[in-house]
Design a protein around this ligand. Structure first.
Ligand code: ADP
Ligand code: MG
Length: 438
């Protein structure tokens, strides 16, 4: 998950900020929802706490559905945490100790029924009561974050409630693929088949990702056949109907269509509000109804994002130690739209810091003097503007006393080159950046 988190930062941030702040940070332990992240210096620690912590919480939640408490530590402090680190998991699948892989939160109890999902919900209930007998396979399709995974896992929980000894397994199609590949590499095919082909209920999520993997498709097909023949229940999900998944082999398409396919469509405002209310209740949050419907009105399709918004509002309220109100929610969600705090640096701030650092005037930076003591700082300032603000090249040029955008590009490339060749410059740029982030 850390990798994905880094990826999402990489996409949002410019490369230099990314390398300065994100790259050196590394997670060292995760225990009881507390994520310990080691960063090299106190400056970095402060920066993470101030600017990146909220985002981590949110991103992590969006990806895993777990709420975490990020704690940032310097290498000294890190020592005491390192002992807690859990043993590294082996890469080889351990089938003998069967795990259902169900998320305990995804039950029927926590699922809110609305127009967009009532058919799917009804089919899920029937299937849980009488697995293998009615809709086989049961196939849910619909957009991201609409509750497919939740609903499919609810079937698993319900079935285990009724038959505690039933063999139930949830797997994403990626994990199915990985298990399959690892099993081949480790000569564990027998265990693999023993696991997958003896389930009473097999839940395979996001089957659209099975495409273009012939060996896996073959294995999946055979698993399917075996389970089906023995009247074992199969539940599948995808972002679209089987026959709309490009490159999915015909025989899989036709198997998937044997049972019932139901779509899940985006929830209406009422349902979204009800979902938020349920979640707020589960977490013992006091939130007025009009605030709930305000938040529900801001995010209109993806329920995961909706939950993310609630987490954000909650974090915002906690930081300010205030109650959750509509105006607080508005403020918290406004920040969401503007993007990361990095873009809040202005060209002026950069000019001032650079000038201060080199003991020159800001007017020198924006002027035309070509002496060496000024040209390089000017280029560095342009470079930083390009990296640390959202300003376009022409706009940066304009801020530097009406220079052409090609001058800015030239400066940018020049500094990039200097950073590689010149240790002094490299350190200077780093120091200025640290000053700017304080
Ligand atoms: P999908 O698999 O369709 O992308 P998920 O099942 O992962 O979506 O749902 C995203 C998030 O929204 C999960 O945290 C889930 O619990 C929540 N969610 C989705 N639908 C509902 C619902 N009807 N009631 C309550 N929570 C829901
Ligand atoms: Mg899903």
């Amino acid at each position: 998950i850390w990798k994905e988190l880094q990826e999402s930062y990489r996409k949002e941030m410019n490369p230099v900020s990314y390398n300065t702040w994100i790259e050196p940070a590394k997670p060292i332990s995760f225990y009881d929802n507390q994520l310990i992240i080691e960063v090299p210096t106190t400056v970095q620690k402060n920066y993470w706490e101030k600017n990146l912590a909220g985002k981590i919480l949110e991103t992590f939640f969006m990806m895993s559905g777990e709420e975490i408490l990020p704690t940032f530590v310097t290498p000294d402090e890190a020592e005491s945490y390192k002992q807690e680190e859990p043993k590294e998991e082996e890469n080889t699948p351990k089938f003998p100790e069967h795990k259902t892989m169900l998320n305990s939160k995804y039950t029927f109890d926590t699922f809110v029924i609305g127009k967009g999902n009532q058919m799917a919900h009804a089919a899920a209930l029937v299937t849980a009561e009488d697995p293998g007998a009615i809709y086989n396979p049961l196939f849910f399709y619909g957009g991201v974050g609409l509750g497919k995974t939740h609903l499919m896992q609810a079937i698993g929980h319900q079935m285990l409630e009724i038959h505690p000894t039933a063999k139930v397994k949830y797997v994403s199609s990626e994990n199915f693929t990985n298990d399959f590949i690892n099993s081949i590499q480790n000569n564990k095919m027998e265990e693999f088949r023993n696991e997958y082909r003896t389930m009473d209920l097999l839940l395979v999520d996001d089957v659209q990702f099975l495409v273009n993997k012939e060996g896996t498709q073959e294995e999946f097909f055979n698993t399917f056949e075996e389970l089906y023949r023995n009247n074992k229940q199969i539940v599948l999900t995808s972002d679209r109907l089987p026959n709309e998944i490009p490159n999915l082999p015909k025989r899989l398409v036709s198997r998937f269509a044997w049972g019932l396919s139901v779509d899940i469509t985006p929830p209406d405002l009422e349902t979204r509000t009800a979902i938020l209310r349920k979640k707020a209740e589960a977490e013992n949050l006091e939130i007025p109804d009009d605030t709930l419907s305000y938040i529900a009105g801001q995010i209109d399709s993806n329920i995961r994002e909706l939950e993310g918004a609630l987490v954000r509002v909650q974090a915002y309220a906690a930081i300010q130690s205030s109650d959750i109100t509509t105006s607080l929610a508005a403020e918290a969600l406004k920040a969401l739209k503007v993007g990361t705090n990095l873009s809040q640096l202005t060209v002026e701030q950069i000019l001032e810091k650079v000038a201060e650092y080199y003991h020159i005037n800001t007017t020198d930076l924006t002027g035309k003097k070509r002496t060496k003591g000024i040209v390089v700082p000017r280029q560095i300032a342009m470079y930083l503007c390009r990296n640390l603000t959202d300003y376009s090249l022409p706009k940066i040029g304009a801020e530097f006393g009406g220079k052409d955008h090609t001058t800015v590009i030239h400066a940018y490339e020049k500094v990039n080159q200097l950073l590689e060749e010149n240790e002094t410059i490299k350190n200077e740029v780093k120091e200025i950046k640290n000053l700017l982030m304080e």
